[in-house]
Design a protein. Structure first.
Length: 305
């Protein structure tokens, strides 16, 4: 099984349309309610875990996550858990047994997502994945969105050969009107190199998105966790909104353990879900936050106003 040593990735996205003043205001109409399933994985405590997420929704619903054994025959659901939520992430777990598994999530509002099957070895813990919905700022897809891989694949397109490996400068913002630090701006540059290959326009480093991204990396570092949901319960869309960025579509990639800008961008590009966020031509702005302590921790926030 391919796995990243000491480095993990995570992503999320949410879409809203009809934004007049911002997603937190009462008149905002969220058309991007969706659910998503992440591949099951083996945690360090020897359990099989799977996560599902519900995002961009304005109503409460019973949200269920199931772990399914990928084998012929009936009664293949080996674990199920549910909770009434609006927008949340739910994780279910069971005692590990070697085999192939996938996860299925539903919110009983007609939204269903299924991950791809993954073969698990109980002796090999895997990096933590997070469920993701499609980052496309369109209506709810009719098919299940792509699942986030539980490991960083070993084969993928590498960043541009002309992109130099970055060094690690001070974590404090640069002076003057520039946005972000040198290493954060190198992530922006390398991200735009990959977008150019796909025919997408460059992303602008937005001070508000950078503020949201840096604050989240700093919070994960200070409180020793790795998740899109902050310890105070805020989602990445909540954090972006709080900066005054009036988004119509937004997404987030996070990572931990990558030592350079080049390494983290390559890690994201090697993962289909994270790559999809980076190569979404609809996004126009980006914010990157890097904190070295305890990680390093990396956050990319994408947006379109």
């Amino acid at each position: 099984m391919n796995r990243a040593l000491g480095a993990v990735l995570c992503l999320g996205s949410v879409t809203a349309v009809g934004m007049a003043a911002g997603p937190a205001q009462a008149e905002a109409q969220h058309a991007g309610c969706r659910v998503a399933a992440a591949k099951p994985y083996v945690s360090v405590d020897g359990k099989i875990r799977a996560a599902g997420s519900r995002a961009g929704c304005i109503d409460n619903a019973r949200f269920r996550v199931r772990i399914v054994n990928n084998r012929p025959g009936p009664d293949r659901v080996v674990k199920s858990g549910s909770k009434v939520v609006r927008n949340a992430r739910i994780v279910v777990a069971l005692t590990c047994a070697d085999g192939a598994y996938y996860s299925v999530v539903t919110d009983y509002r007609g939204h269903v997502s299924r991950s791809r099957p993954v073969r698990l070895d109980c002796d090999v813990p895997t990096p933590i994945p997070t469920a993701t919905s499609s980052p496309s700022p369109t209506a709810i897809p009719t098919t299940s969105p792509s699942a986030v891989p539980s490991t960083v694949p070993s084969t993928a397109a590498s960043p541009s050969a002309s992109a130099p490996a970055s060094t690690a400068p001070s974590a404090s913002p640069t002076s003057g009107s520039a946005v972000g630090t040198a290493i954060e701006n190198e992530v922006v540059r390398l991200t735009n190199v990959e977008r150019a290959k796909a025919g997408c326009g460059p992303l602008k480093h937005d001070a508000r998105l950078r503020s949201a991204a840096y604050a989240h990396s700093a919070d994960m570092s200070a409180k020793n966790y790795f998740d899109h949901t902050s310890k105070d319960g805020r989602s990445f869309s909540d954090r972006i909104t709080a900066t005054g960025y009036t988004w119509r579509a937004a997404a987030e990639n996070i990572a931990k353990g990558y030592g350079t800008a080049q390494a983290v961008v390559q890690g994201w590009m090697n993962s289909p879900g994270h790559r999809q966020n980076i190569l979404n031509c609809n996004y126009t702005d980006i914010g990157v936050g890097y904190v070295a302590a305890g990680g390093p921790y990396w956050t990319q926030d994408f947006g379109r106003q």
